[in-house]
Design a protein around this ligand. Structure first.
Ligand code: PBG
Length: 323
């Protein structure tokens, strides 16, 4: 290997065009997914304090938002629902006439080409805010599976292109695959949050989805942020159960996990640039402490560089304007 003065890496950094020519990672809007929150009512746009630029919207307003995002070139969205009522069984999650199901039917009719993905979890629908149902004060894994599978099937029936289980119950991918196949949805992919950590960076989302647990925390089912080998085991199990895409969540605190999953598996890998990652940059930018656009582009670029094919990000719509 030659060294200085023969080798001068600055030669290729001299102009913008030269830098572009040798750039290793690029952002392509086609890889990005915009999360959206749908709530009951009409004409409702409820901005979220912890997620500037993001709002809870009733179905009519959601359609307007999607219209705008689509016109900008956004191709995929991920729906989260805030139901009218919550109960111990999370009934709103799998109700045929639930909030996400209604939004799906409306969006499916109006935007036939939009990729419609849905979060499959019970936490927005249970009165206690946990991702599964309770039995003797514990989150009951196997009892929750049937309800999660019903939720996924009801989303597919209402027009979802892909379902994204984020509950972290053991065996849910297999249970959902079986239920989808039996329900006539063999073609519906499962985008699994295979490695989802019990992260402090979900804070603003819980305000947005009104899903803060009423007691305890999620460490009994979400992964310990200290572990990476365990993430690979989670992924291997999800692959065996029939996952079509593996998602790592959160993204920036887990770039090494994204890389490890990328190297071990040949499935498409996704990463969820979560609410706290977005909120931190928004908050600092609002104080003039950093430049939002540059910080966002650098963050999203880092997630791609780590190996993600698909990125779920609250910046997706803004990214469409920036690119
Ligand atoms: C719920 C779910 C959560 C997020 C996505 N799906 C929250 C949680 O597990 O507490 C977090 C997303 C974000 O922070 O942007 N199953």
């Amino acid at each position: 290997m030659t060294t200085f003065p023969t080798t001068r890496l600055r030669r290729l950094r001299r102009t913008g065009r030269l830098r572009a020519l040798v750039r290793e990672t690029r952002l392509d809007l086609a890889d990005f997914v915009q999360p959206l929150f749908v709530c009951p009512g009409e004409g409702v746009v409820r901005p979220l304090e912890g997620l500037p630029g993001i709002a809870q919207r009733s179905v009519d307003e959601l359609c307007r938002e999607v219209e705008e995002a689509s016109a900008l070139g956004v191709s995929s969205v991920l729906l989260f629902g805030i139901p009218e009522e919550k109960d111990d069984e999370g009934t709103g999650a799998y109700d045929e006439d639930g909030i996400v199901q209604r939004a799906l039917r409306e969006l499916r009719g109006r935007f036939p080409e939009l990729v419609l993905m849905t979060d499959v979890c019970l936490c927005e629908y249970t009165a206690h805010g946990h991702c599964g149902v309770l039995e003797d004060g514990e989150i009951a894994n196997d009892l929750s599976l049937e309800l999660l599978a019903r939720t996924a099937v009801s989303h597919a029936e209402a027009g979802a292109d892909a379902v994204c289980p984020s509950d972290m119950m053991d065996g849910r991918v297999g249970a959902i695959r079986t239920a989808l196949d039996e329900g006539g949805f063999a073609e519906t992919p499962i985008v699994s949050y295979a490695a989802k950590y019990a992260s402090a960076f979900y804070g603003p989302f819980r305000e947005a989805a009104e899903s803060t647990p009423a007691f305890g925390d999620r460490r009994g089912y979400q992964m310990d942020p200290a572990n990476v080998r365990e993430a690979l085991r989670e992924c291997a199990l999800d692959v065996a159960e029939g996952a079509d895409v593996l998602i790592v969540k959160p993204a920036l605190p887990c770039l090494d996990v994204i890389r490890a999953v990328r190297e071990r598996f040949d499935l498409p890998v996704g990463a969820y640039n979560v609410s706290g990652e977005y909120a931190m940059v928004k908050a600092a930018a609002a104080r003039g402490w950093l430049a939002e656009r540059e910080a966002a582009l650098e963050s999203l670029g880092a997630i791609k560089r780590a190996g993600a094919d698909i990125v779920v990000s609250y910046w997706t719509k803004e990214l469409a304007r920036w690119l």
